[in-house]
Design a protein around this ligand. Structure first.
Ligand code: UDX
Length: 432
């Protein structure tokens, strides 16, 4: 089939490249000409392991095209995916849909034969209705069906999550659209995954409900970790013991810093916003948001405590600053408030992250990026493992730091407490 992906961010680019890899002709559209130029030169603007190779392979096979000409791309396509950003509006909880509606209005004048218009971006429930309303003339002429097909891609694992999804969710009441989409996804639906059709609003809701639930699982285990520290229980045992119950499952039960990223924070807020509009109190999700924000403060205070509230001029090293490994994404990373706080307190902060320097810290005078683990750790008073990159999993701290009384704060429980005790390293972790 011929597909048009509007928006070449994490969702549009990964989906477009993977759709082309199973044989579709895909036009990826973005208004950012610089981005399109770099993509046409085979340069991938996002850090997604494995993406570059698949992109190059399909460009070479003439199945994948990058353009800023939305009109042309839409005309050539059978299915149009809206994959533009839907960030949280400033000073509010609601999702900003301006890009979605701008694109929708552009579609109005470019459709003269039947096309399926799909929202793949995460959009609040009823957004599909609003899009259909804008395109009502085309709908009346049966030239379009507006469908919800949310993505469930994790950054850093997006290709795997696309090719081996647990489920493909399609929201539509059009049998015609459903039939076409079933054949589009046929190469991807394996024995272990399901093609699930529901109403359009149902599909929109499934996305928010899923992300909010995963965020709830994380906040739940993070709060239990606080209790475990007080009663001398190892939170990792609790995660394993709970996770063996098929009804709970062991994933997303790893205690750590506050969750971050471009999805959980945004989607939990947007779900609360929709519920408020429908005068429904989602008290659990409200408390998850509150709990996660509180966690940022709790772990920052823990740093204070580890250094006996003497932060000024202390050398603190952050190993990893991104919100999770295998991504360069800093959106709502819990390292940002921590490093800003420590910078204000006069600590001298060094950080190393495999995905490179971060502009979020460029303006902070006491914060410096180092291009290697060793240069970031030498003579450090406190090493904080913030992100569980593989590069941090087998470190010889004594060799790295080259000084006697340094400390380690392992926010991801990578190391064994017993081993650190045997090495006589002052070691703090989470929930243990
Ligand atoms: C998430 C959803 O997983 C994905 O399905 C959706 O499409 C987009 O949002 P993503 O935000 O890329 O994906 O990352 P994810 O792997 O879910 O991690 C989100 C945050 O939770 C990270 O800060 C991570 O460190 C944290 N996390 C995750 C934990 O603290 N503990 C865990 O056990 C798992």
């Amino acid at each position: 089939m011929k597909l048009c992906m509007i928006g070449t961010g994490y969702v549009g680019l990964v989906s477009g490249v993977c759709f082309s890899d199973v044989g579709n002709i895909v036009y990826c559209v973005d208004k950012d000409k610089k981005k399109i130029d770099s993509l046409n030169n085979g340069i991938v603007p996002i850090y997604e392991p494995g993406l570059e190779e698949i992109l190059k392979r399909n460009r070479k096979a003439k199945r994948l095209f990058f353009t800023s000409d939305l009109n042309e791309a839409v005309k050539k396509s059978d299915i149009v995916f809206i994959c533009v950003g839907t960030p949280t509006k400033k000073k509010s909880n609601s999702a900003d849909l301006k890009h979605v509606f701008t694109v929708t209005k552009q579609l109005k004048k470019n459709i003269s034969k039947y096309k399926i218009i799909i929202t793949k971006s995460t959009v609040p429930v009823t957004t599909g209705d609003k899009i259909e309303q804008i395109l009502r003339n085309l709908k009346k002429k049966k030239l379009i069906d507006v469908v919800s097909n949310p993505e469930f891609l994790r950054e850093g694992e997006a290709i795997r999550d696309f090719i081996y999804p647990d489920r493909v969710v399609i929201g539509t009441d059009s049998n015609k659209a459903n039939k076409i989409l079933k054949s589009l996804y046929l190469p991807i639906i394996k024995k272990s995954s399901r093609y699930f059709k529901t109403s359009r609003r149902g599909a929109e809701m499934i996305k928010y409900a899923s992300n909010a639930f995963l965020a709830t699982k994380i906040s739940y285990i993070n709060e239990l970790a606080n209790l475990c520290e007080k009663i001398g229980v190892n939170i990792q045992d609790i995660s394993i013991g709970m996770g063996l119950d098929q009804r709970i499952g062991d994933r997303f039960l790893r205690a750590g810093p506050a969750y971050g990223g471009s999805c959980f924070p945004k989607d939990t807020r947007a779900l609360i916003d929709v519920a408020d509009k429908y005068k429904t109190d989602l008290s659990i999700i409200k408390s998850v948001i509150k709990s996660n924000n509180q966690r940022k403060i709790t772990l920052t205070k823990r740093i204070d405590k580890i250094l006996n509230n003497r932060l000024k001029n202390k050398n603190i090293t952050f190993l990893g600053v991104t919100f999770k490994p295998n991504t360069d994404d800093m959106r709502e990373a819990s390292s940002i408030p921590m490093i800003n706080y420590l910078n204000k307190k006069g600590s001298k902060i060094r950080y190393y992250d495999p995905s490179g320097r971060k502009m979020e810290f460029d303006k902070l005078k006491n914060v410096k990026f180092y291009s290697s683990i060793s240069s970031a750790c030498i003579k450090s008073d406190l090493i904080i493992i913030h992100t569980e990159w593989n590069a941090f999993k087998l470190l010889d701290f004594k060799k790295l730091v080259k000084k006697k009384n340094f400390k380690v704060f392992d926010m991801r429980n990578i190391y064994s407490r017993d081993k650190m005790r045997d090495l006589k390293i002052d070691y703090t972790s989470i929930g243990r």
